[in-house]
Design a protein around this ligand. Structure first.
Ligand SMILES: Cc1cc2nc3c(=O)[nH]c(=O)nc-3n(C[C@H](O)[C@H](O)[C@H](O)COP(=O)(O)OP(=O)(O)OC[C@H]3O[C@@H](n4cnc5c(N)ncnc54)[C@H](O)[C@@H]3O)c2cc1C
Length: 370
């Protein structure tokens, strides 16, 4: 195995892989070291919503701008990836409908709609009847809805497979191993692999998701912490034919290819395990059933949990390590890493290569936490 690379990316979730693909276009030797068997990627647990219009409270204007930019990049990102690999990643630009079940919920959607429209999102309020005209399976209890026709979704597991295939075709080294330690040396960065052996790279990118055990040259860890999410899927029952993502107060519902419906997700800051509790799934099922009654008794096909990589201010950590030396961070994409992958990857690849892009990462610098 080759042991010297221009760039080594530690972590092969959507963020590490999308960045690798953006860098691959520039004839660099590239290794992606990923420990999915030991640390399952959040990416594989995600619902795959590309829905910036519903993130009023998370991260502020700079994050909304990055999210909107990324949403706009998704159609060409998906088309190029599918064309290159032949993998259908189930990208759907069918929009997202956020629904309310009472007057308080309707007021909250109304205020979200005004705030998001001011930020430039294409959103519109609908009555319950108008929402049911779009999605006849919705409950009669739906009183109002916020429609975001440009929001979209993708299948994250298919996306991971397509990205790995693309990188293999482009000559990047995909190494399934755990990086136990990283040290700066005369020859560059030395990565010690748990499976034995070392890699040396001129530059490294830390894209380890919510895992916080990797110590880089004795330095403190970036302030990333896990937010656990539990979710499940059902087989679409008769009477629950849905055309788009539906988000409600107790659950979101994502119709996928092949009659699969993903229902999620809990958010628990105090947990970093991957157990799935019956109570969590029951609560999500109840929330989904309030929105689409046919889902109350739909046959469950799988349940799972994942750890979102969160940060104290809700925004990602993207840019050069403050100590310099060719170390970069691509961390903390919290609950929108799938959405943000195209823009984060393009912008960070630009910085690593010294190419100016139209994406401003100044609000997301690793040094901002002091
Ligand atoms: C239930 C749930 C639902 C979600 N829904 C959505 C959604 O609808 N839309 C959206 O945009 N986002 C969603 N997210 C968030 C999204 O999944 C994450 O933001 C995104 O996957 C983060 O990607 P990542 O590459 O940073 O991390 P990950 O996908 O976690 O990948 C990190 C990788 O690093 C590897 N790694 C860690 N340490 C090491 C090491 N020392 N050596 C080698 N490899 C290492 C791990 O094995 C892992 O494969 C959801 C998350 C969850 C849990």
């Amino acid at each position: 195995m080759k042991t010297r690379y221009d760039i080594a990316i530690i972590g092969g979730g959507v963020i590490g892989l999308a960045l690798a693909r953006a860098l691959c276009a520039h004839s660099l030797s590239l290794a992606i070291v990923d420990a999915s068997a030991r640390i399952p990627p959040a990416t594989a647990a995600a619902a795959g919503m590309l829905a910036p219009s519903f993130e009023k409270a998370l991260g502020g204007d700079a994050l909304y701008d990055l999210s909107a930019k990324s949403l706009a990049m998704w159609p060409s990102f998906a088309a190029a990836l599918e064309q290159e690999t032949g993998v259908d990643i189930d990208y759907r630009s069918d929009g997202v409908l956020g629904v309310a079940l009472d007057a308080a919920g309707a007021r909250s959607l109304e205020s979200a709609s005004e705030a998001m429209a001011q930020r430039g999102a294409a959103v519109a309020m609908l009555s319950g009847e108008e929402a049911r005209a779009l999605e006849p399976a919705l409950s009669g209890a739906v009183t109002a809805a916020m429609h975001a026709p440009r929001d979209a979704q993708v299948d994250p597991v298919k996306l991971l497979a397509a990205l790995r295939l693309s990188l293999g075709k482009r000559g990047a080294a995909l190494i399934d191993d755990y990086v136990a330690a990283v040290e700066a040396g005369q020859q560059g960065w030395r990565l010690s692999l748990a499976g034995g052996g070392d890699l040396v790279a001129d530059q490294i990118v830390i894209a380890t998701g919510a895992a916080t055990d990797l110590v880089i040259d004795g330095a403190p860890r970036p302030p990333v912490f896990p937010v656990k999410g539990e979710a499940f899927s059902v087989a679409a029952p008769a009477g629950a034919s849905l055309s788009r993502v539906i988000r409600g107060p107790g659950a979101y519902i994502c119709p996928k290819a092949g009659g699969r419906i993903v229902i999620g997700a809990t958010e628990d800051r105090k947990r970093d395990d991957l157990t799935v509790s019956a109570a969590a799934i029951e609560a999500l099922r109840s929330g989904a059933g309030d929105i689409v009654p046919a889902l109350k008794s739909a046959k469950e096909t799988a349940r799972w949990a994942g750890l979102r990589p969160a940060t104290p201010d809700g925004a990602p950590i993207l840019g050069p390590d403050p100590r310099g030396g060719g170390a970069w961070a691509a961390l903390g994409h919290h609950r929108n890493g799938i959405l943000l992958a195209p823009a984060s990857a393009a912008a960070l690849a630009g910085e690593i290569l010294g190419i100016v892009t139209d994406i401003d990462l100044s609000a997301f610098r690793p040094g901002r936490f002091g």
